[in-house]
Design a protein around this ligand. Structure first.
Ligand code: B12
Ligand code: SF4
Length: 470
């Protein structure tokens, strides 16, 4: 009789497929274990399903956890598992527990944490639990002893993801995610990690600047098989930096073209990587269905980009934008304002750059976010050394809201008002469905940085409540 491993994705916004759970679930030995993935975003009340699955020879309950709201639900379900099945170990993995293994294990409902890449440590952990052993010696795992003390095993070395099996999408209800996300879209991850060192990002901590990407032939085979099964129209690559290896990008595009896959695709691109792609590769990408890229512009002055070690030049952003216009590819730009110590002039320079980029193409979307301090990176370390206090427990972290528009510890209230107005007029100034007259007024305001008496905004917010972001 197979033993059951229950993998849980906590409630969150958006309906991206639970790729982390597919990664660790597909690596387990299917001859020994029944893997059950339960998603808090798909179930009104997930616990009865969790309990039913654990009731069938459950080995462990494991959940993936991002910082913020998902912690609340992960705690709720883990507590419920502990209460109903005290003998079943609870494992947390993913970005938040990897950054805070000690704090995570202080929660009474968590028995073990997998730090970083999960496939190998989790499989070893499941085998250990199944054999009635402890996690002693399993690299990449931190765990709690019966007396409550915490043990951190040695760190693991990141493995080449080409050595891992294909994700078994049959473990999830793919059509349900497509329906909820409103598009026949498949989420897929083709690489892990990132070689860069941006000082606001958790990736260098998590993957130690390692990067591995799937071989193009493997991707072609997998994606073609998935297309035959699900007939999706779009692939959303969830990679941190899809365009790291130019040769790979070209070969992947050629795989899609050779197989005549009728799909479009989206991926994240660094501006410098866009500049490095030669025209031949851009052409292939377009031909194979590249629809949109996401580029982290981050800030509008070279000084700020250097400070955060983004390792790009302002010109790279414009050059990558020109390439996208040439090949008719849309861009979502991601911009951060309000870094600790950033001046108001620097923020204004960023907003000016946003305006310049937005004018270049109606297919450019500008997402402006406020910096939030998040440990596991050099900016946060410096803040801590200056006395800034971070959350001390999972409960506190569960209230952390990354997006929280309209709030920043490092920007004056007046400047925030200006930024929020800027964001609003930037949006309506170019939005297709906004009447021409209102668009013209918005652009007039933007041109002059004149946001006095923002009646249009007050009216809109009165009519439509802002969306929930995290
Ligand atoms: C998809 C995604 C989302 C989805 C989450 C979908 C879901 N499952 O619930 C959505 C859109 C909701 C989302 C939201 C946000 N996200 Co997000 N997101 C991603 C993204 C692009 C892909 C995640 C993924 O599926 N990766 C593929 C899997 C295979 O990799 P992985 O998650 O790293 O998993 C491996 C290990 O971590 C580990 N592992 C993971 N979980 C588990 C569980 C167990 C039990 C074990 C043993 C191991 C394990 O093993 C896996 C295989 O090796 C990542 C970037 C990235 N490429 O990873 C950012 C990322 C995770 N997101 C991030 C951020 C900042 C956000 C937002 C704040 C963005 C925003 N400004 O709105 C919000 C807020 C999240 C919230 N509080 O709700 C950060 C980190 C956040 C953090 N510290 O928790 C990342 C790393 C991007 C970045 N570099 O900044 N996100
Ligand atoms: S922000 Fe992007 S490029 Fe920079 S370290 Fe993070 S994942 Fe890499």
């Amino acid at each position: 009789m197979k033993k059951t491993v229950v993998l849980y994705n906590p409630d969150a916004v958006y309906y991206t497929m639970p790729l982390a759970l597919l990664a660790i679930g597909s690596y387990l030995d299917a001859a020994k274990y029944e893997v059950v993935i339960i998603d808090g975003r798909l179930e009104k009340d997930p616990f009865p399903k969790i309990a039913a699955a654990l009731g069938r020879h459950g080995v462990c309950f494991a959940t993936t956890v991002l910082t913020g709201r998902p912690i609340k639900d992960a705690l709720k379900q883990s507590d419920a598992v502990k209460a109903a099945f005290p003998h079943i170990p609870v494992v947390w993995g993913g970005w938040h527990p990897s950054l805070f293994p000690e704090q995570t294990l202080r929660a009474s409902c968590v028995d073990a944490v997998v730090n970083g890449q999960g496939e190998i440590p989790f499989a070893a952990l499941v085998d250990a639990f199944s054999a009635g052993k402890t996690p002693e010696g399993i690299k990449g795992v931190s765990y709690k002893l019966p007396d409550g003390s915490i043990v951190h095993n040695d760190a693991q070395t990141m493995q080449d993801i080409n050595t891992f099996p294909a994700f078994n999408y049959n473990l999830i209800d793919v059509p349900a995610y497509m329906k909820l996300s409103g598009r026949r879209q498949l989420d897929y991850i083709s690489s892990q990690g990132c070689r860069f060192r941006c000082t606001f990002c958790a990736d260098p901590f998590m993957y130690k600047r390692g990067w591995y990407g799937f071989e193009p032939k493997r991707m072609g085979d997998e994606i073609e098989a998935l297309w035959k099964q699900y007939q999706f129209e779009h692939i959303h690559f969830q990679d941190e930096t899809f365009f790291t290896n130019t040769k790979r990008v070209k070969a992947v595009a050629e795989e899609f073209i050779a197989r005549k896959l009728p799909i479009s695709w989206f991926a994240t691109m660094r501006a410098d990587q866009g500049v490095r792609l030669d025209d031949e590769v851009w052409k292939r990408c377009k031909q194979s269905g590249l629809e949109k890229v996401m580029i982290g512009m981050e800030a509008g002055t070279q000084e700020m980009l250097n400070w955060m070690k983004k390792d790009i030049k302002i010109e790279h952003v414009f050059d990558a934008a020109e390439k996208c216009i040439k090949y008719d590819i849309a861009i979502n730009f991601s911009i951060i304002v309000g870094f600790p110590g950033e001046t108001e002039e620097s923020i204004s320079a960023t907003l000016d750059m946003v305006k310049r980029l937005k004018k270049m193409s109606p297919k450019f979307h500008m997402g402006i976010f406020y910096f939030k301090p998040y440990p596991g990176n050099p900016i946060a370390d410096e803040l801590r050394s200056k006395g800034y206090t971070f959350s001390e427990s999972l409960e506190e972290w569960s209230n952390f809201d990354y997006v929280d528009s309209g709030k920043s510890e490092w920007i004056s209230d007046e400047k925030i008002r200006e930024i929020e107005n800027f964001k609003f007029y930037q949006h309506i100034g170019w939005h297709r469905r906004v009447p021409g007259m209102v668009q013209r007024i918005a652009r007039w305001r933007l041109e002059r940085n004149n946001y006095r008496f923002p009646v249009e905004r007050v009216l809109k917010e009165w009519l439509i409540a802002p969306p929930k972001m995290s």
